[in-house]
Design a protein around this ligand. Structure first.
Ligand code: AMP
Ligand code: ZN
Length: 105
């Protein structure tokens, strides 16, 4: 997906402040934060939406949640919200799956 901004961030074609990366995902700060801490967890594989998941993709989505938990622990966040917008009608604006982490801390 050459025109996908999150693929470009994963491929380092677009800069972002990546704070965690592994074989399967990256984590970086949201460019327009809606909370004191607002991070995005993005799989390196392009999947446009939760509604477009195929067999096996659940492992990738579960990995995003696990890594969000780990990063939150590293940042010593006492609490946070995780959310995924699904489709335009659900508020999704970037069509590459991403997990938001929002915290007041
Ligand atoms: P959503 O509306 O759930 O699809 O979330 C997309 C999020 O991506 C929004 O919160 C945007 O602020 C964020 N965003 C868009 N472009 C960038 C970027 N280049 N770097 C970091 N975050 C971005
Ligand atoms: Zn993509």
């Amino acid at each position: 997906m050459n025109d996908c901004i999150f693929c470009k961030i994963c491929n380092k074609e677009l800069s972002s402040d990546i704070i965690y990366e592994d074989e399967y995902c990256v984590c970086f700060s949201d460019i327009n934060p809606q909370a004191k801490t607002h991070l995005l967890f993005v799989p390196k594989v392009h999947i446009s939406s939760i509604s477009e998941m195929e067999d096996g993709h659940e492992l990738i989505v579960a990995h995003l949640i696990k890594i969000a938990r780990n990063v939150a622990k590293d940042l010593k966040l006492p609490g946070y919200k995780l959310h995924i917008a699904v489709n335009k009608e659900g508020g999704q604006t970037v069509f590459h799956i991403h997990l938001h982490l929002l915290s007041h801390y």
